[in-house]
Design a protein around this ligand. Structure first.
Ligand SMILES: NC(=O)c1ccc[n+]([C@@H]2O[C@H](COP(=O)([O-])OP(=O)(O)OC[C@H]3O[C@@H](n4cnc5c(N)ncnc54)[C@H](O)[C@@H]3O)[C@@H](O)[C@H]2O)c1
Length: 384
């Protein structure tokens, strides 16, 4: 499919592993005129051409950066490339979206913010965990003050990364913790100021070599800036028998939202009712029906919140597409594109992204120092 004749932004999507999930959404977004795809793998480029009819493909990001007709770049490349590529995109005068995490070091977080400020372009970290159906519901509950006072937050992300590409092997768990940290900070409307973290367990020697990290699991407790709340996060990547989950829990004085223990179940809402004659306040417990929020999206991309046959009229394009990560992908695309069109900061701008990413980087530093307190930098003054 080529939609070049439409007015709108010209967008490049870079990295066709996870990145290919976003190509059809940009192709159908009403404010996008055309899509260019970049990946060094010829097989990946051919697959995108065959599946979606994208004719403009290239192997090297430098070709995208040189092309003045391209307005915005969405990076979905391996983690160690995020910082260098984000800075290069912003310095080329283009808007930049980047998958998580923003970067792997605090210096790189500061450098990306500086590049964003110097360029004046939109930067957005494409954090799926704050656009899932569950998070959109929790945000609505928090917005209506249904939780009462938020008393505590807890997040966990368990995922086994055996047989993933080499750069993942032995990664410090807290260096990829934004899926567990972000929903907590977002629902509290705050940032982490300090952290204590413990590493737990031992991975086999071979996994410890690349990053000098011995821990398959790290567990942290964060102090938040603008409130009395503490947030606890646990993250596992290797040698831990736990099925995949990216979960968040919000404990309030009136209601509590808890993520399901098994992914196929539904989240639970606990509610305090009245104080009776016996000990303790009465509690009700119910499973929640979590609504899909396709209604928040332009109709052209609304169907991508759930799995859908991409094009049943064409045998080459008759495959299931959409619905990944709690229906978050079209919401992320729409927010990034809208931030550019409306000339405003994206919801997960460079400062917010740095706050969410730094919390994990500092947590790992604390774990490597036996749980010492580590201060999480305040990025809000950079470039001010
Ligand atoms: N829920 C989420 O937000 C989520 C889910 C999955 C992956 N991710 C992130 O997406 C990124 C990619 O993950 P993945 O599983 O697709 O990784 P991957 O390593 O399987 O694939 C990366 C792709 O990028 C391409 N690539 C490598 N170097 C490149 C370069 N210099 N320029 C352009 N393309 C290049 C590779 O050929 C490959 O197609 C990671 O940073 C990961 O953290 C986020």
């Amino acid at each position: 499919m080529s939609n070049k004749s439409r007015p709108g932004l010209r967008v490049a999507v870079v990295g066709m592993g996870f990145g290919k999930a976003f190509v059809p959404i940009y192709l159908h977004h009403p404010s996008v005129s055309s899509v260019v795809v970049c990946d060094p793998s010829e097989t990946a480029r051919r697959e995108i051409h065959d599946h979606y009819g994208v004719e403009e493909t290239c192997a090297d990001l430098s070709d995208i950066l040189k092309d003045d007709s391209i307005d915005a770049v969405h990076l979905v490349t391996p983690i160690p490339l995020h910082a260098k590529q984000s800075i290069a995109v912003l310095e080329s005068g283009k808007h930049c979206a980047c998958t998580v995490p923003m970067a792997c070091t605090l210096d790189d977080l500061f450098a990306i913010i500086a590049a964003q400020v110097a360029s004046g372009k939109s930067y957005m970290m494409m954090e799926t965990a704050v656009y899932t159906r569950e998070f959109l519901l929790a945000k609505e509950l928090a917005g209506r003050a249904d939780f009462g006072a938020i008393q505590f937050l807890r997040g966990a992300h368990y995922q086994d990364m055996e047989n993933w590409p080499p750069y993942w092997m032995g990664l410090p768990p807290m260096h990829y913790a934004t899926h567990a940290i972000s929903p907590l900070l977002a629902v509290a409307g705050s940032r982490a100021t300090e952290v204590h973290c413990f590493g737990s367990g031992r991975m086999r020697e071979e996994l410890q070599r690349q990053y000098g990290n011995p821990y398959p699991i790290e567990t942290a407790i964060f102090r938040l800036a603008t409130s009395h709340i503490a947030a606890e996060v646990t993250r596992s990547l290797f040698e831990t028998a736990r099925a995949y989950t990216e979960s968040f829990n919000v404990y309030g004085s009136l209601k509590t939202f808890e993520w399901q223990q098994i992914e196929s179940d539904a989240p639970v809402l606990f509610e305090q009712t009245e104080l009776g004659e016996g000990r303790g306040t009465r509690q009700t417990t119910r499973r929640l029906e979590v609504p899909d929020r396709a209604d928040l999206l332009p109709p052209e991309i609304a169907r991508f919140t759930t799995p859908t046959i991409y094009d049943e009229t064409n045998p080459h394009r008759s495959f299931v597409q959409g619905g990944g990560h709690g229906g978050s992908h079209p919401h992320l695309v729409h927010e990034f594109i809208s931030s550019i069109i409306e000339g405003r900061k994206a919801s997960i701008d460079a400062i917010t992204a740095a706050n969410w990413t730094a919390a994990g980087i500092c947590a790992h530093e604390s774990a490597m120092r036996s749980g010492e307190t580590v201060t999480v930098p305040d990025f809000s003054t950079v470039g001010a």
